[in-house]
Design a protein around this ligand. Structure first.
Ligand SMILES: *Cc1c(COP(=O)(O)O)cnc(C)c1O
Length: 436
């Protein structure tokens, strides 16, 4: 599979390069040159397939020329060895629980898949790879867990000091081994800028084989397509139009849903639910995209002021705003609405949502006020146990902490503190390469 740059269609790279670079040589984002179509027979027989089987089929559509069939099968089976329950709250409301992976967030899907593919190429090319990743909370721990102890790979993750939850910080900083956590005095956007600049920096590029693990990397993006097909396989749409509500930050999850639709999954509507970081919602409403500084909210993994996958969405629709509006609606919700939703859903259904999932729920609930007959699936992207204080405050109820998380809480925080200046970050990286 070939990929082209969103900045220039003539700039193309193959799969291995797409994976290693993360972004196109000219700084654009990579897009598949062709969007493969699923066969009608696949959709007809999909109900018999397991999640790893669906994943294997879809991965093969993209990578059959780049990876042996057994490798694809092996990667999909190992990456997706956890469950993704569809929990029905009412006749027209289903929560797709994507938070049962090792770090309890949906990012485990992308991170585990990417780690295994990268490890395959590192082995093939006998290279040592450094994964750079900026995180607003959940990405970092998913990536770190995905790559932990994978040979020939180091992970350096950057997170905004004081802006992730104590639990998230523990998950990010206690692993050790080939994982290094940098605590940046700045915002998530600062972290993302540092990573982007590192990729464009000649001295760094010549010293390291750098790759990104943010959702801009195609290997992280693709596995997010799988669960949309899986919902269809489970018959959740029950003959009715398929409507998903997606809690959006960097728009990776939404981009994957659009790709799924363009590959042939009959999705009727996508609801892009945002928190107060509503740059995308404003774009849908006004047609104008204005990046902003990110604001801190309860759903902090969605606190993104300049969502990187936006250009991919525009690209997928060939910049046709009215087509985008036909497929996607968007709504933004405040923290107080989020808290009310958590309480309401607990009272109505005895179901506990984390703040990100609550934003997705709100998006769907609001859409259903206008379209009451629609069956909707809200993506539950985070485990509520990662927000114990918040949930206790709202529900006056202790929430049990899963085993994996308990272990992280016992670990010792290990970080390197840096300012948000690129020069300092670069100096730190170059020093590492000399030391090792
Ligand atoms: C990252 C994240 C999101 C936002 O997903 P994007 O693909 O960045 O839009 C939503 N919920 C949780 C729990 C996350 O970790």
């Amino acid at each position: 599979m070939q990929f082209y740059s969103t900045k220039n269609k003539n700039v193309r790279v193959g799969m291995a390069e797409a994976l290693m670079r993360g972004i196109a040589p000219d700084g654009g984002l990579l897009m598949p040159t062709q969007i493969p179509q699923v066969s009608p027979n696949f959709l007809k027989t999909i109900r018999k397939r397991t999640f790893p089987e669906i994943a294997t089929y879809l991965t093969s559509l993209f990578f059959q020329d780049d990876l042996p069939k057994e490798t694809i099968e092996n990667i999909c089976t190992k990456s997706f060895d956890f469950t993704l329950p569809l929990t029905k709250l009412s006749n027209n409301l289903v929560m797709l629980e994507l938070f049962h992976g090792p770090t309890l967030a949906f990012k485990d899907f992308g991170a585990r898949f990417m780690a295994r593919i990268t490890s395959y190429f590192a082995r093939q090319t006998k290279k040592h790879i450094t994964v750079l990743v900026a995180t607003s909370g959940d990405t970092g721990s998913a990536v770190a867990a995905g790559f932990y102890k994978v040979p020939n790979i180091d992970v350096i993750l950057l997170y905004p000091k004081g802006k992730v939850s104590p639990m998230q910080e523990k998950q990010l900083t206690t692993m050790g081994g080939n994982i290094t956590a940098l605590e940046i005095k700045g915002s998530f956007d600062d972290c993302q800028k540092l990573v982007k600049r590192a990729f464009g920096d000649y001295a760094l590029r010549s010293r390291f084989t750098l790759t990104s693990a943010n959702s801009i990397n195609v290997a992280r993006l693709l596995p997010q397509i799988f669960y949309y097909f899986y919902v269809y396989a489970k018959g959740e749409s029950l003959g009715k139009p398929l409507v998903f509500s997606i809690p959006c930050g960097n728009l990776g999850n939404l981009t994957a849903a659009i790709l799924a639709k363009h590959m042939g999954l009959p999705i009727a509507r996508l609801i892009a639910a945002t928190n107060r970081n509503d740059v995308f919602t404003r774009y849908i409403k006004t047609g104008i995209f204005t990046p902003k500084l990110s604001k801190t909210t309860l759903s902090n993994a969605m606190d993104v002021g300049n969502p990187s996958n936006f250009v991919r969405i525009v690209e997928l629709y060939k910049n046709n705003l009215s087509k985008i509006r036909t497929d996607i609606t968007s709504q933004s919700f405040s923290d107080s609405q989020t808290m009310t939703a958590i309480k309401e859903v607990w009272q109505k259904y005895q179901y506990i949502m984390d703040p990100h999932s609550a934003v997705a729920y709100l998006g769907l609930a609001q859409y259903q006020q206008k379209h009451p007959r629609i069956n909707g699936i809200a993506l539950a992207t985070g485990h509520p146990a990662k927000f114990p204080e918040l949930i206790e405050n709202i529900l006056h109820k202790k929430i049990p902490i899963p085993k994996g998380l308990k272990q992280a809480l016992l670990g010792k925080k290990q970080t390197v503190e840096l300012s948000n200046r690129f020069a300092e970050f670069k100096k730190y990286l170059l020093k590492q390469s000399v030391d090792s």
